[in-house]
Write a protein that binds this ligand. Structure first.
Ligand code: 5GP
Length: 129
């Protein structure tokens, strides 16, 4: 069965899209640790990051770097943190999280954003790419 992220990539489930190319897709995490928390995924559905073929793995990191630089231009933060963590969705995903304190990388630390905040954040990150 297709993962929830494959359904997002295919447009079957809505998301706040940030960026896309032929191989990768970036969108805002629906339950963010901080404003601007973004997930970057390979379109190829693979469960675990170190099972990716080398080109997809290095391409994912390069794509994540571009998105992270755009996030840093968009959301006031000390830096953008990166984490590959979690057991929930069996589809490789890189978390990019604007950090103002170490609490922001704690996955028990969540913020509530309005639909308008999600939309404007995604739009601005995309514009800053
Ligand atoms: P993990 O596998 O990293 O524990 O969890 C997956 C991450 O994906 C979580 O941060 C969760 O909030 C996010 N997530 C799960 N389902 C959806 C969804 O339908 N849309 C979006 N945008 N994010 C999701």
């Amino acid at each position: 069965m297709a993962s929830i992220f494959t359904k997002i990539i295919n447009g079957e489930i809505p998301c706040y899209k940030v960026a896309e190319d032929a191989d990768y897709f970036a969108f805002l995490d629906i339950n963010p640790n901080a404003k601007g928390h973004t997930l970057v995924v390979p379109k190829k559905e693979v469960d675990k990051i170190f099972d990716l073929d080398k080109d997809t793995y290095t391409g994912l990191l390069e794509f994540s770097r571009k998105v992270a630089i755009a996030i840093e231009k968009t959301v006031p933060c000390l830096r953008v943190g990166m984490s590959v963590i979690g057991l929930e969705v069996p589809h490789v995903h890189v978390h990019l999280i604007p950090l103002n304190s170490m609490a922001d990388i704690d996955f028990k630390h969540k913020v509530n954003l309005s639909k308008e905040e999600f939309e404007s954040t995604a739009r601005t990150i995309a514009a800053n790419l």
